[in-house]
Write a protein that binds this ligand. Sequence first.
Ligand SMILES: [Zn+2]
Length: 192
Amino acid sequence: MNITKDTSSTIDITKELKLLAREHGICPLCGKETLEIAAYVYEVSLVGPILLTIASCNSCNYKFRDLIPAKSLGKKVRIVVNVKESNDLRAILYKSPTAIVKIPEEGLEITPGPAATGQITTIDGVLEGILYFLPPICEQTDNPSKCYEVVKHLQEAMEGKRSFTLVIEDPLGASFVIKSYGTKIDVSIEDI
Ligand SMILES: [Zn+2]
């Protein structure tokens, strides 16, 4: 009997990984601040992005691995994230091309344009994006002073000085939020 070992079917996933974030955290096992956390994203055709989190502690050798596929739920979902402190801003999220972003406290609703792409970012990354495009268009809004107030509030939120709610409504149900280490965010997912 001839057995041919097919090596071509083995994919070295580490070559395809894109580093998303690297940070330090508190080890859940020994409590020391020697936990190294790395988040990677891996693009899989047809499936979409897969998020890989690897953490290891330099003091006690604690190791953690987590793989989260951004699988579409196939139905509309609303993800509600309550952001209360600066650590929460580091939570990682995947925003699909069809996702609508809302910050109800500020009356903000951002609808994706036709050329929108999926984006893996953090909560402060979302705020950063809004703070990039909003100030230049404040003068053209119905109420410029209200618009500048929203900008000020978002800047305070970026610094962790203001709590807010981030709502992601996704008709494709493909968006997701993960609680990175150190975040205490409340995430709820509702069908809409
Ligand atoms: Zn440890």
